[in-house]
Design a protein around this ligand. Structure first.
Ligand code: ZN
Length: 212
């Protein structure tokens, strides 16, 4: 059994990791239970370094976001979902999923830690949310996991951002430039990078290419 000391130490470590990833005081407080003033005095000794501005407020953002932002959100949501299924606590899973997202793309990161926190709140019905309004589904066409409104049934060729991304990948330079594994002029290598991305998201997926 973890002692109270173990739990406090874990909360402190988590708070430090979240602060380093740019989380707001309130976000760190909601995840770790450490009071905002204490978070501030421990991790933001210079008050000018405290993240400011308006916090992301609703999960409706996801439905109106462009394809690259939705793909980014799905990278985080899918990784988070996998880690939770493996038994990780929500806070730790958020940190690891966010770092995996950072590894798959380039700074400046299009999705902030606070946005990821917001999305995950609505996926799990925790922290900011009282019930889940988003869920993580497996695409029947490409096998990737993606975020959709709760109650959505995934049909082939439907709402999956990865299918759309794959379709548009060679035509859209913005998409090609958005994922660093594809920082190469070689199209074949780019595709391998794209597939590596797919595999990162869907370790159980069969085959190397998404179905048509
Ligand atoms: Zn798909």
């Amino acid at each position: 059994m973890p002692t109270r000391g173990d739990r406090q130490l874990r909360a402190m470590q988590l708070a430090k990791q979240l602060a380093a990833l740019g989380a707001r005081l309130k976000t760190i407080h909601l995840i770790t239970g450490i009071p905002p003033r204490q978070v501030q005095s421990l991790f933001f000794p210079d008050s000018r370094s405290i993240p400011r501005g308006r916090a992301p407020d609703s999960a409706e953002w996801y439905h109106g976001a462009n394809l690259i932002l939705r793909t980014d959100a799905c990278l985080i949501g899918a990784k988070y979902h996998q880690l939770r299924t493996q038994g990780l606590a929500a806070g730790e899973a958020l940190v690891l999923a966010y770092r995996a997202y950072q590894a798959a793309t380039l700074p400046p990161y299009r999705i902030s830690l606070d946005r990821a926190f917001n999305l995950i709140s609505y996926i799990d019905g925790i922290w900011l949310a009282t019930a889940p309004t988003l869920s993580v589904l497996t695409c029947p066409s490409c096998g990737c996991e993606f975020i959709a409104a709760v109650g959505t049934v995934a049909y082939p060729g439907d709402a999956c951002p990865f299918c759309k991304l794959f379709e548009r990948f060679y035509l859209d330079h913005r998409i090609q430039a958005s994922y660093p594994a594809r920082r190469t002029c070689d199209i074949a290598e780019r595709q391998l990078g794209m597939l590596a991305l797919f595999h990162m998201l869907s370790p159980g997926a069969e085959g190397d290419t998404p179905a048509e």
